[in-house]
Design a protein around this ligand. Sequence first.
Ligand code: SAM
Length: 200
Amino acid sequence: MIDALTTNKTSFFREIQHFIFLREQILPKLPKKQLRIWSAACSSGEEPYSIAILLAESLPNFKNWDTRILATDISTKVLAKAKEAVYETEILEPIPQDWRQKYFKKEDPQGKTWRLAPELRNLISLARLNFMEKFPMRGPFDVIFCRNAMIYFDKPTQEMLVRRFYDLIAPGGYLFVGHSESLTGAKHDFKYIQPAIYQK
Ligand SMILES: C[S@@+](CC[C@H](N)C(=O)[O-])C[C@H]1O[C@@H](n2cnc3c(N)ncnc32)[C@H](O)[C@@H]1O
């Protein structure tokens, strides 16, 4: 029923400004080689895997970093797809060609489907989580992506969620929301940085 009611639409490097901001404004300023990111409402994995690819491409000596990405969704169906990490060629189109070659391996002889490399898959912990229930994790996160999911909720529910995200974000950390879901008019303690980007 959940799957029938909600859309799972997503894509690699969707809303590219968030990835540019992450690469240019957040990664170079991290105080230590440690990073915690939560992709909340991750759908079929394109969002957390885009983050993983970007980190592998942007962090110097990436292998020496303590990096973890938590990826959650309410739908077990999309989580199963995310766990497989197998995507059709057309789905990979937003990923630059050289990154595609580096991080994906053919899953079938014709090259119609591709699987993300295990070293990037292993960065992600997938789990089922309903925003309406208690959050089991303690944080803190450097960045929370909660994009294109809050749009389904009324204002009081959005405010409640944003408050819970605030509590889990490290001081100076960021919340990314979908570009059609600005927090304008909602009560919150974040500092507005640029469209769809907020800082604690
Ligand atoms: C449109 S997708 C967004 C995917 C990705 N964040 C993006 O922006 O590309 C919305 C996702 O929110 C999830 N979702 C809807 N209601 C939820 C809830 N109450 N708790 C957690 N996830 C939820 C859906 O299952 C769906 O995968």
